[in-house]
Design a protein around this ligand. Sequence first.
Ligand code: UDX
Length: 448
Amino acid sequence: MRVSVVGQGYVGLTAAACLADQGHLVTGVERDPERLRSLQRGVLPFSEPGLPELVFGMTTEGRLRFVRACAEGPQPDAVVLAVGSPQLPSGGADLRQVSAAMAEILSLRESPAMVVVKSTVPPGTSSRLLTTDTRMNGRSLRERYVYSPEFLSQGSALDGWRNPARIVVGTETPSLLPLVEDLYRGIDAPWVLTTPTNAEMIKYASNAFLATRISFINEIANLCDEIGASVDDVIRGIALDPRLGGDFLRPGVGYGGSCFPKDTKALAHLSNLKGRAMPLLESVIAVNNAQRIRVTQLIDEELADRPGATIAVLGLSFKPDTDDIREAPSIPIVSDLLASGYRVQVWDPAVSGSVVETAYPGAVRFLNTRDAVEGAAAVIVLTEWPQVLAADWSELAERMREPRLVVDGRNCLDPNRLVPLGLRYRGFGRGLQTGAGTPLTLAEQAQT
Ligand code: UDX
């Protein structure tokens, strides 16, 4: 099948490369001239494991090419729309890129047999688009329209495309299904066949539910800190119940990235517009924001007598294996620390120097963890990069200054390994670890 993928962001480029790998002849459409030039030179605008190699392979074999506009590529049988739907100041989704891309598709000389929208759009968007009953060369858009959301996770995008938990297909035209099957050829996953509106809601509800699990466990972790319980044991006990499971129950500084923060706010905004508040979801968002502030509170508590101390921040991206810092907890945390007068030394293996300069003004960047912690009274881990997990913490401890505090914002380190090295350890829901075994309650900690 000849497929054009409009929008070469993280979802669009992954889709384009994987569809080419599945045997389709793919044209990636990218309006941004700089991004397009870079793709045409074989340089990817973001980091994603395995994607550069796949893009190189597919372009070399002539199964993937990049152009500026749909009309510049070969006439497609199917168009996949994967442009951004960024957040508006109101919290709602900005759908201007979706509308512009749709107008471009509708103006093609020959209309494609199928238009598959993958951009995350608020429930009701497809339906609104289809009620205008836009015509493409005499046939209505409704007869060609599929909404099929994408559930990729950054850092494991290729695996997410090739082995999805499910494929959601929202359409009002069952005769399109053979074409959809052909598009997703080679992918073995259960299908959820439904309406476009339901498919849109599935995407938002999935992200909102995952975000809810994270905020829920963060609240439980905070209470564990108060009463001297260990959240790790609590999670083990919860996860063994098959009704609950253990995924997305890791406490810490909370969720970031391009999806959870934006999608939770957009869903709450949509519901408010309909006159229905979503107090549960609003609380999920509030708990997530508060987790970031907890880090600065912990530092202020522990370093009260050391104004202007040096603090090392290990990890800036919102998760490992990506250079993406969109809505990353590191942004408000670093700026709060700087505003409180601390000297902040940062390290991240993927985030570039120029991004650090613009997004973390005032922070000093180091190229390895050893140099970043030099002279630091506290280290804050904000991304569970393998380099941090495998670091020689005895060497890091030697390079640090009293009180040698480690704030583990991802609960990714083993306090039993760190405490014997003379480090003070603060995780989330793990109490203050002093090596005595059981975590201390906050009241007990105040006496140490
Ligand atoms: C998410 C969804 O998982 C994916 O299905 C959707 O398509 C896009 O949004 P992504 O943003 O790439 O994917 O990352 P994910 O691994 O879900 O993590 C999101 C954030 O939650 C990260 O900041 C991560 O550190 C945080 N997180 C995740 C936790 O704080 N605790 C957890 O238990 C899991």
